[in-house]
Design a protein around this ligand. Structure first.
Ligand code: IVH
Length: 701
């Protein structure tokens, strides 16, 4: 389960704000840790440190070197590409493979662009923004259209020959559509789906699972003699040897035509931008899409598009000055595994679920994660007490991908899976990867019916465990709606239930048709919606129809409902649609009598249209009291709107502040309503102070 975190927490450390180490000894120890983590990374062994921990350590080492230059050794890993690690067989690169400098927020991105334009002594008229793929850099040489050599980045000047494996990567063809002699540089990575396949294959061969798609890609790329193979993918982000005078964006499009997958053909695709506002909007778009791409993106890369600008900007020994990476927070973190519980789902599937010491991943607090299945749990060799890697990829339920074996407590015991179904005591069917209770749906039905009948839900007197067992065993009831089809003769025929008790039960069941929506919702046993949340949902939406029509964003308007809870609830409601329709057909109450505020008069957020849908709002330029674009977007969402990066005919409102650029002109051109930033600040202050009437007046004036 996850809950939202105030914005900003859990973000990576910006080197400019990092604290130097207090002593030379502590600094040297940090350098050793950096070298070891980088060696593990480049050798394709599993994650030794999560990305943010690595970046934080590196940031502190760099800060220490600035404060105490005398402590800095000549071979400091902070200045070496890949922290100075050289794996296996080496072949020289045609030109050094450099890295990129990182920035972590809008302000540093603006500073970077300003510095570049100062160095060039003119504004950069075209930048490109593209996803930063989370994999391994390779250089692929084509000779007269044939792929002849693929090298890893290695030390930057020497790389390892991985041609035999890389040639299998989707997107890196063995033959180009035209006989060109070029060198393509790009990222080899593993999609989330292929990562799961890779781990199934790997654990099936008795090897520990990979903790992250990046380590899976690294391992697969270098695994020459393994009996299994998992698919790799490739996307190019640079090319040498195509028309020299072309821009980066044109070169990528041309390369795509030759049959190579590139950042211009992938989704989200490379965009050409003018000025920092457009860059920021494109970065925000990549950040928003991040969770739904099906592959890892750990940032966005900004580059000067024109070759003249790149040549003039040049490079340091480590990174070019014409490009920069905006890093997103890591999607994998480590934390302690507190307990493993066994859950039986509605359809009888039995799953191990981990309870974790809370950890923030990409701004979301994660306290539990799936361990998939018992085979996987055993193969992954995960134990209670272990420090484990937890990965959260977008909307997918957080998962434990592995344990840090060198940090395992001495007394940690392997987990013992249950012998019988923990819910109903039936045998467990272990013939498939997902174990099932042989009670199947009946096991789930028992649990659901028992919950439906509890006092805090529909409160059905006389419907106890024994009768539920009988009803399910006789096939009379499979879901709560079936209860309303029971009649006295059928009940009276059951063992131990006479006509009188049968009659009472039928009456008790019929009596629940009047119960409010909040009780019914509680009774349906929606995951992540217990009694309190069900009540809040019922009060907020007022009717089942309104609740079923709500988007996850609208569900989040309910107190205590964050992103993941909203998505889970929406998914559960969709799954329960059939039962809900059956219940409605049987005359159950589908409304909440004391919905507060009642649905028609629900507090209307200022940036809502009359039909309740959110206004599309673009904030351009500075807003008094707000630090950056992110805060502007958050304010829009707080006010009930949807923040958008670009102005189009669909935009409802453009907030224009100092330093706004072409967007204000575009809004005027399209006739989109403009609100001065200081009015917007007043509007926000009124809303945050609880005075939405005043907020509405500001908007109306
Ligand atoms: S451009 C001179 N573009 O990120 C370096 N790099 O942190 C040019 N990466 O070494 C690199 N996606 O392995 C570039 N769209 C992209 C990228 C990208 C991923 C990797 C690449 C690079 C590392 C730098």
């Amino acid at each position: 389960m996850t809950t939202a975190l105030p914005p900003g927490t859990g973000d990576p450390v910006d080197p400019a704000k990092a604290k130097p180490f207090p002593s030379a000894a502590r600094y040297e120890q940090a350098l050793d840790e950096i070298r070891a983590a980088a060696a593990a990374y480049y050798a394709g062994s599993d994650v030794r440190m999560d990305d943010d921990a690595y970046d934080a350590l590196l940031a502190r080492a760099i800060a220490t070197e600035a404060a105490h230059p005398a402590w800095k050794p000549a071979d400091t890993p902070t200045e070496a590409v890949g922290a100075g690690v050289a794996p296996g067989t080496e072949i020289p690169h045609s030109t050094p493979m450099l890295g990129l400098d990182n920035v972590f927020d809008t302000e540093s991105l603006r500073k970077w662009a300003a510095r570049l334009e100062r160095v060039l002594d003119h504004p950069v008229t075209a930048y490109t923004v593209e996803p930063k793929l989370d994999g391994l850099a390779v250089a692929a040489r084509y000779s007269r259209g044939r792929l002849t050599l693929v090298l890893t980045r290695g030390t930057g000047t020497m790389g390892e020959d991985v041609t035999t494996r890389a040639i299998l990567a989707k997107g890196l063809p063995a033959k180009l559509s035209s006989p060109r002699t070029i060198e393509v540089r790009g990222e080899v990575f593993m999609t989330d789906e292929d990562f799961r396949t890779a781990n199934e294959l790997r654990t099936g061969h008795g090897e520990p699972a990979f903790a992250h798609p990046r380590s899976a890609a690294a391992g697969t790329l270098r695994a020459i003699d393994r009996a299994y193979s998992a698919p790799l993918s490739f996307v190019a982000y640079a090319v040498q040897g195509l028309a020299d005078d072309g821009t980066h964006s044109k070169a990528m499009a041309e390369l795509e035509k030759l049959g190579v997958a590139t950042t211009s053909g992938c989704k989200p695709a490379l965009k050409v931008c003018r000025g920092t506002e457009e860059i920021e909007a494109a970065v925000a778009e990549i950040r928003d899409l991040r969770g739904s791409l099906g592959f890892g993106v750990d940032g966005a890369v900004i580059k000067a598009d024109r070759p003249e600008d790149r040549d003039a900007a040049g490079a340091s020994t480590k990174a070019p000055r014409w490009g920069v990476a905006v890093k997103f927070p890591a999607d994998t973190r480590s934390t302690r595994l507190l307990s493993i519980d066994v859950q039986v789902g509605r359809t009888g599937v039995i799953t191990p679920v981990a309870t974790l010491e809370p950890v923030f991943i990409d701004g979301v607090k994660v306290v539990s994660a799936t361990l998939h299945n018992f085979d996987d749990l055993e193969r992954r060799n995960v134990r209670v007490g272990d420090t484990v890697f937890v990965r959260r990829a977008g909307d997918v339920i957080p998962e434990i991908t592995g344990a840090k074996l060198d940090e395992r407590p001495k007394d940690a015991q392997p987990f013992t899976p249950p012998e019988v179904c923990p819910d109903c005591g039936s045998e467990i069917d272990r013939s498939q990867i997902r174990w099932r209770c042989t009670g199947g749906r009946a096991c789930g039905a028992r649990k659901i019916l028992a919950h439906y009948a509890t006092r805090e839900a529909m409160d059905i007197e006389g419907l106890g465990g024994k009768i539920i067992d009988l009803l399910v065993a006789e096939g009379l009831v499979a879901d709560p709606a079936d209860l309303y089809d029971l009649d006295v003769p059928r009940l009276a025929a059951l063992d131990g239930l006479g006509e009188i008790s049968g009659g009472k039960l039928v009456a008790a069941i019929a009596g629940t048709k009047k119960r409010p929506l909040s009780s019914l919702l509680t009774g349906l046993g929606i995951r992540m919606a217990g009694r309190a949340v069900s009540r809040r949902l019922a009060r907020h939406f007022g009717s089942m129809d309104a609740l079923l029509a709500a988007t996850p964003e609208q569900l989040q308007e309910v107190e205590g409902v964050g992103r993941e809870r909203a998505e889970t609830i929406a998914g559960e409601l969709a799954e329960l649609a059939g039962v809900i329709a059956k219940l409605e057909a049987r005359g159950l109450t589908m409304t909440e009598p004391d919905a507060t505020p009642p649905p028609a008069a629900a507090t209307v957020l200022p940036l809502r249209k009359p039909d309740g849908s959110p206004m599309r709002v673009v904030v351009t330029g500075a807003v008094p009291g707000l630090k950056n674009r992110d805060e502007g977007n958050q304010a829009v969402e707080r006010l009930g709107g949807t923040a958008s990066g670009s102005v189009s005919a669909k935009t409802d409102l453009v907030v224009v502040g100092e330093g706004s650029g072409s967007k204000a002109d575009k809004a005027a051109e399209l006739g989109v309503r403009i609100l001065p930033a200081d009015r917007f600040a007043d509007l926000l202050a009124a809303h945050d102070g609880g005075d939405d009437t005043r907020a509405a007046q500001i908007l109306a004036s």
